[in-house]
Design a protein around this ligand. Structure first.
Ligand SMILES: Cc1cc2nc3c(=O)[nH]c(=O)nc-3n(C[C@H](O)[C@H](O)[C@H](O)COP(=O)(O)OP(=O)(O)OC[C@H]3O[C@@H](n4cnc5c(N)ncnc54)[C@H](O)[C@@H]3O)c2cc1C
Length: 307
């Protein structure tokens, strides 16, 4: 029986596992893909100094090295079932292994939001980004586009409007009326909103040059931009726990201030929860839930010793 099983090998899961191992917990980390979604870097034509930026991959590298060394504590496999059994949990993998644990950290991330149009793959990191927090400031004084309808897209457009020259918001659906954020967006001078449009192509040879969109009536618009931020809805990988953990309306695992989920002994961190979507934040969240899982176990062991 393990003290702790961490499901997920992205920033949240790797950090959680390393912290737990340092605290001498019998820990196992199970991940289908090592490193999660951290292997993205922005390279722009006229921004040589951005190479000074620390990438998510670099940041995570030191933690990962420690797990590479402790090979008994990790398994590369897909978890197909997790369930509470009495006062512990059973974790079953695709290869048919069954592991038991006293506590769990769910750090399975979210499915990336893709445009799935020509040019997207080629120009990823060449002006096309999924993170305004990380790359937005590189587009000072430039024309940029945001693709998305929901709050993530709305916030991204507002943030960019503070330093970009012109922001085009291409919303696949109609923006909701009477929402303060939408009202602010409509009033912001350097934001142009196009609703009910679908992206057809990301244009550019070596770097992003523009975006082609199509309206419902079939009219096409070709807009020149240097940066494109994709902010479509992300789907959390929470299927494993949806029958027995509380999720929000978008399927994200609900956690309290300490990262505790609705079932005792279960914690969650990273993109599978509602907490930000930044590598740096998820490293912190991973550390936090490992510490909280340790505290939970100390209390559990104390109680069972007394009984
Ligand atoms: C294209 C792209 C670009 C991005 N750019 C940036 C950026 O520039 N800056 C930034 O800060 N953030 C960026 N992000 C966001 C950032 O990468 C994520 O917020 C972060 O990786 C989430 O960390 P996580 O640990 O929650 O999950 P993830 O990194 O998604 O990792 C999830 C882990 O869980 C594993 N897993 C899932 N389901 C199972 C299962 N059933 N069994 C076993 N393992 C499972 C996966 O294999 C993976 O190891 C980007 C994301 C994308 C998709």
């Amino acid at each position: 029986m393990y003290d702790l099983i961490v499901i997920g090998g992205g920033p949240a899961g790797i950090t959680a596992a390393v912290i737990a191992i340092h605290r001498r917990l019998e820990t196992l980390i199970i991940a289908e893909r090592w490193g999660g979604q951290t292997a993205y870097f922005m390279d722009l034509e006229d921004a040589a100094d951005i190479h000074d930026m620390i990438t998510g991959e670099e940041l995570l590298g030191r933690f990962r090295q420690q797990l590479d060394y402790l090979d008994f504590s990790r398994v590369y496999d897909r978890v197909v079932k997790v369930s509470p059994v009495g006062d512990h949990f059973e974790v079953i993998t695709q290869d048919g292994d069954c592991f038991e644990t006293r506590s769990l950290i769910i750090a399975t991330g979210a499915k990336p939001e893709r445009l799935n149009v020509p040019g997207e793959q080629k120009l990823l990191g060449k002006g096309l980004s999924y993170s305004v927090v990380t790359h937005g400031s590189l587009f000072l004084g430039k024309d940029v586009a945001v693709v998305g309808t929901g709050r993530r897209a709305q916030f991204a457009a507002l943030e960019l409007a503070r330093y970009a020259h012109q922001v085009y918001l291409f919303a696949p659906e109609l923006l909701p009326a009477d929402q303060p954020l939408v009202t602010t967006l409509r009033r912001t001078e350097n934001v142009t909103i196009h609703e009910a449009v679908t992206v057809q192509e990301v244009r550019g040879d070596r770097y992003v040059d523009g975006l082609v969109v199509e309206a419902v009536d079939g009219a096409r618009l070709d807009v020149a931009v240097k940066g494109i931020f994709v902010k479509l809805p992300r789907r959390p990988n929470s299927e494993l726990v949806r029958d027995w953990l509380a999720l929000d309306e978008e399927g994200r695992v609900k956690v309290d201030l300490y990262g505790a989920a609705s079932h005792p002994g279960v914690f969650a961190a990273g993109d599978v929860t509602h907490i930000s979507e930044q590598v740096l934040v998820h490293i912190g969240e991973g550390a936090k839930v490992a510490i909280e899982a340790h505290s939970y176990l100390l209390a559990y062991w104390g109680e069972t010793a007394e009984a």
